[in-house]
Design a protein around this ligand. Sequence first.
Ligand SMILES: [Fe+2]
Length: 232
Amino acid sequence: MTEKSTYASTRRPRPINPPQLHHATFMTLDVDAMVRWYELVAGLQPVFYSEGAAWLTNDAANHRIALLRLPGTKVPVDKPHTAGLHHTAFEYADFDQWLDNYVRLRGEGIVPALNLHHGMTMSMYYVDPDGNGVEIQVDVWGDWLKSKEWMWASQEFAADQLGAQFDPDLLVEARAQGLSVDEIQKRTYAREYLPAEENTVNLPDVWPARLQEQPELTEGVLEGSSGTLPNR
Ligand SMILES: [Fe+2]
C-alpha cells in the first residue's frame, strides 16, 4: 500500500494568498515588567496599556507583541524544557547597529544567554523577565534572498544548523581594532571568537531566582482577580 502525501491528495494544500506573520502574544504574571523590558531591549512601546494587558510595537504595525495577565495564569514549571515557543526574533539590517545594541544593553546589565553565528544570521538570544527567548539578529548576507538560498542550498547548514557560538565582547574588541564586518563575520563562523564557556540551546530558567525576589508571584494570577479585559 502506498501512502499518499498531503500534497498528492489535497487539491489546495496552501492558500494562494498566504497571511503575513504579524504578532506574538504572551500570558504573563507581570505586565509592567514585560513592557519595561521589551521597550529597553527592542524599543517596543505600548499602543494600549492597562493593568491586565498591553499591546506593543516598534514599527508601523498596531502591535507586534501582546501581553495578557489572565486570571488563573500560573508560574511555568521547568520552562526551558517545556514544549512551546522558544523565542521571538527581531532583526537589525546593519551589523554595527546590532553590535551597538549589545553594547547599550550590556551597559544596562542585560546580556544574552546564548550567541550563535548560524551561517545566515548572527544571533544573540536574550531572556525576558518571564523566561521567553528574544533573539536579536543581523543577516549575514544583508539580503533575504541570498540568505534564504544559503540556508536552502549550503552544505554548511545541512551539516550544522546551530553554527558557531561567540563571545560578543570579542566582536566589540575586533571592531575596535578596525576589522571589517566581513572579516569579523568570517572569523566568528570559523569559531575564532568562542566564549570561555559554551551555552546550551535551552535558555536558562529565570523563575527560581525571580520567585525568591518576588515571592508574591508564586501563586500566579488568582482566579477571579479583576483584570481590565472585558470578562467573557
Ligand atoms: Fe530564531
